[in-house]
Write a protein that binds this ligand. Structure first.
Ligand code: ADP
Ligand code: MG
Length: 345
C-alpha cells in the first residue's frame, strides 16, 4: 500500500505554470499580479452529505474543484491557484487516480495550479481552498444591487436538479435532455468567462448553488432591496418549475445590471455563446421579498418546499434555516414590469 507521501507524489504533484514554489515544501509561494487583489474561498465536500459513496471518482474530482471555481466566477475573479486537503478511509489507488484525473481536468480547463494540500486518514472528505485574482476594487459583490437594476441569470437553471431527480427515479427524462441534465449535475461548468466580463457591468452577482430564489435572496439581503420576478421561460410542470426556481448545484450566475446596460448584456450573450435571461427587476427594500409573476402579471406562489425535492435523501433531515426560501411579498397595485426575455447567442 502506498504511503501518504507516495500518494501525493504519484497523483497530486504536477508541473505548475505560474507558481514560484508548489507541492513539496512546508508552504507554497505565489506572486499575485501587480494591481490585483487575491480572492480566496473554501468549500468542503463530505461523503454522505455532499456526495454519495458510489459517486464516480473522476466526476467527483472535477466537481470538488469546480464548485470552488464557481465562487471565483461569482466574484468576477480569475481562478489561479488551489490547495486540496483530503481525508480517505483507506487507500484505493484506482479510486484516488480517477479522482486526481478529475481534479486536474478541471484545473487544466480553468488554468489553475494545484500548489499544496494535506492528506490524512478519516471519513472521506475533500476541502479545496481556491485563490483567484481580480483587478483591485473590481470584484463583484452581493451587496451592490440597487432599485431599478434588472436581474439576469445565465444558462438554464434546474438542469442539475432534474438530472438528480432522474438518477433517483423521481422523474424520467428522455434524450438528449437526460444526458444534458446529468452532465450538468456531474460536471458543472463554472461561468468564469461571464464573471470576468461582468466586471464594471454588474452591480451584484452570486452563483446558484442552493437554488435561484434562495441565492437571489442572498443578493437582496446583502443589498437591502427586494425583487419582482417575471420569468418568461418559467416551465409549467411542477418538477421542472421547482427545479428552475429551487434546484441547487447548477453553478449558473445570477446578477444585477442597471437597466441602461441591457444591450451590453445582450452582446455579451452572443460573445460568450451563452444564453442570458432577464428574469425581473430589483425593487426598493428594505424587506427582502421576492414576488413571482406569470406573464399576465398574476402572482405565482413560489415553491416554498421546492428545495426539499432536490436534496439528496442524506441531506433531507438537515436543512438549515438559511436554506429556506424568502417569503413571497404581497401584491402591489402598480407592478408592471418590463417584459422579461432570453437573449440567445
Ligand atoms: P507538512 O507535514 O509539512 O504539513 P505534508 O506531508 O502534509 O507536509 O505535505 C507535503 C507536501 O505535499 C506539502 O507541500 C503539501 O502542500 C503537499 N500535499 C499534501 N497533500 C496534498 C494533496 N492532497 N494535494 C496536493 N498537495 C498535497
Ligand atoms: Mg501537512
Amino acid at each position: 500500500m502506498p504511503s501518504e507521501f507516495e500518494l501525493i507524489a504519484r497523483y497530486f504533484t504536477r508541473g505548475t505554470t505560474h507558481t514560484t514554489l508548489g507541492v513539496g515544501d512546508d508552504g507554497a509561494l505565489i506572486a499575485p499580479s501587480l494591481g490585483c487583489e487575491l480572492v480566496i474561498s473554501t468549500d468542503m465536500l463530505v461523503e454522505g452529505t455532499h456526495f454519495l459513496p458510489d459517486t464516480n471518482p473522476e466526476d467527483l474530482g472535477w466537481k470538488t474543484l469546480a464548485v470552488n471555481v464557481s465562487d471565483m466566477a461569482a466574484m468576477g475573479a480569475k481562478p489561479r491557484w488551489a490547495t486540496l486537503a483530503m481525508a480517505l478511509p483507506e487507500v484505493d489507488e484506482a479510486w484516488v487516480a480517477a479522482f486526481a484525473r478529475g481534479v486536474f481536468a478541471c484545473a487544466d480547463e480553468f488554468g489553475i495550479d494545484l500548489i499544496g494540500g494535506d492528506t490524512t486518514r478519516g471519513p472521506r472528505n475533500f476541502c479545496v481552498t481556491i485563490f483567484g485574482e481580480v483587478a483591485a476594487g473590481k470584484a463583484l459583490r452581493r451587496s451592490g444591487a440597487r432599485a431599478g437594476d434588472e436581474i439576469w441569470v445565465s444558462g438554464q437553471p434546474g438542469r442539475a436538479a432534474l438530472g438528480l431527480a432522474h438518477l433517483q427515479g423521481r422523474t424520467s427524462l428522455s434524450e438528449p435532455r437526460r444526458s444534458d441534465c446529468i452532465a450538468a449535475l456531474q460536471r458543472p461548468q463554472p461561468r468564469v468567462a461571464l464573471g470576468l466580463a461582468l466586471q464594471g457591468l454588474a452591480t451584484a452577482a452570486i452563483d446558484v448553488s442552493d437554488g435561484l430564489l434562495a441565492d437571489l435572496g442572498h443578493i437582496l439581503e446583502a443589498s437591502g432591496v427586494s425583487a419582482q420576478l417575471k420569468i418568461a421561460a418559467l416551465p409549467a410542470p411542477t418538477l421542472e418549475r421547482d427545479a428552475y426556481l429551487s434546484g441547487g448545484d447548477d453553478y449558473e450566475l445570477v446578477f444585477t445590471v442597471p437597466a441602461q446596460a441591457r444591450t451590453a448584456v445582450a452582446e455579451l450573450a452572443t460573445e460568450l455563446a451563452l444564453p442570458l435571461t432577464r428574469i425581473g427587476s430589483i425593487m426598493a427594500g428594505p424587506t427582502v421579498s421576492i414576488e413571482l409573476h406569470d406573464l399576465k402579471g398574476r402572482i405565482v406562489e413560489p415553491p416554498h418546499r421546492g428545495y426539499d425535492h432536490f436534496m439528496s435523501p442524506l441531506e433531507a433531515g438537515t436543512v438549515s434555516p438559511d436554506m429556506s426560501l424568502p417569503e413571497a411579498g404581497t401584491v402591489s397595485p402598480d407592478m408592471s414590469l418590463p417584459e422579461a426575455g432570453t437573449v440567445s447567442p
